[in-house]
Design a protein around this ligand. Structure first.
Ligand code: ATP
Length: 348
């Protein structure tokens, strides 16, 4: 069992607040992703759980026990960093074995445990090599093996894929998901990459400026973003957002008219996802010139310019048109998201 609870955890340095009132319970075996732009407080939150940073206020509990004053080595958490943090003078075998030595685990069990961990991440043939003689992906697998060798209850991973190339990132991502599932460990994973968050997480915590913006399953935050920040951070491309005004259930902005909305009159921000809109021959809700066309393989991304804004729509892969050509877009009212024009908060 490893349930992690953060109770109103705040981190400040002088008057600067890095993490503000972080309050969340992470369930045993859950895969939780902390997602947000650079500087939003993800790493600091994770370092407080690891014990590498003190919380200024609030409580951190692991399995009901307050750990605020416990040393990192006594918290039964294993960390994997972006930089791998391997010991350059030790070979792969010794790197993987190191956590067992430090914690005084019975030496008689070391060999079997190291071999098991190495096998789990397919490193058997590299055991004699020093980190310098490994590729980036192999080094990251050593870091993973070193983390799993102790069979920790909690895994903390800070951007573990960001030094890998795109293809390796996808395969290592799948390996991490499979590994943490098998180990039945509670995992907290930090990233600024929303695709990593969506593919790995049971739940995602979206953060901005040290403050939690939304907590939910990938589907929840994709389908029901709590505000315009989350809407524009999740999804590729991000949700299209337009400023405008609603009158009698009809949203109007330059070259845009969408009726059938149920919302009170007034200024709003309207959002819709590229895949919810479509190109039509005429009578769409939006009429605008094509700004650019991008072939994605399985679809064509059509971007139009409305006023000063770019709006993306996913069309069929066989869609053909010219840049500058006038196009009409169908945007079903049921797929529109409405947000407060001032605060950006979702309107229900
Ligand atoms: P990144 O993705 O760039 O790593 P992050 O979301 O992980 O960003 P944190 O590293 O948690 O962000 O930092 C949160 C904020 O706290 C940042 O504004 C950072 O500058 C600040 N911060 C971090 N460590 C310290 C420190 N030791 N002293 C003062 N401010 C700090």
């Amino acid at each position: 069992m490893a349930e992690i609870r953060l109770r109103d955890v705040t981190k400040r340095w002088g008057s600067f607040v890095g993490v503000h009132n972080f309050d969340l319970t992470i369930a045993d075996k859950e895969f939780l992703v902390l997602l947000g732009p650079s500087g939003c407080g993800k790493t600091t939150t994770m370092r407080m759980i690891a014990g590498l940073e003190d919380a200024s206020e609030g409580e951190i509990l692991i399995d009901g026990e307050q750990v605020n004053d416990k040393e990192p080595k006594d918290r039964e958490v294993a960390m994997v960093f972006q930089s791998y943090a391997l010991y350059p003078n030790m070979n792969v075998y010794e790197n993987i074995r190191f956590p067992l030595k430090v914690r005084g685990i019975d030496p008689a069990s070391h060999h079997e445990r190291v071999m098991q961990a190495a096998a789990r991440v397919e490193l058997n043939e590299f055991l004699d090599r020093k980190p310098a003689a490994l590729s980036g992906g192999q080094r990251q697998r050593v870091a993973l093996a070193r983390a799993i060798v102790r069979k920790p209850k909690v895994f903390l991973m800070d951007e573990p894929l960001s030094n890998l190339d795109a293809k390796l990132r996808v395969s290592t991502r799948a390996q991490i998901k499979n590994l943490t599932h098998d180990l039945e460990a509670t995992t907290i994973y930090v990233t600024h990459d929303q695709i990593e968050a969506m593919t790995l997480a049971d739940r995602v915590v979206v953060m901005k400026g040290g403050v939690i913006q939304q907590v939910g399953s990938p589907t929840e935050i994709y389908d029901n973003p709590a505000n315009t920040f989350v809407a524009s951070f999740i999804g590729s491309p991000a949700m299209n957002l337009m400023e405008g005004e609603i009158q009698n259930g009809t949203f109007r902005a330059e070259n845009v008219e969408i009726s059938g909305l149920s919302a009170p009159d007034g200024k709003v921000t309207l959002g819709f996802r590229a895949e919810d809109a479509s190109t039509v021959d005429s009578d769409g809700e939006v009429n605008a010139p094509i700004y650019t066309l991008e072939l994605l393989g399985d679809a064509t991304m059509v971007t139009v310019r409305i006023g000063g804004q770019l709006v993306a729509v996913k069309a069929d892969k066989s869609y053909r048109a010219e840049i500058g050509e006038q196009v009409s877009l169908k945007i079903p009212a049921k797929d529109c998201h409405l947000f407060d024009a001032q605060t950006g908060a979702r309107l229900e």
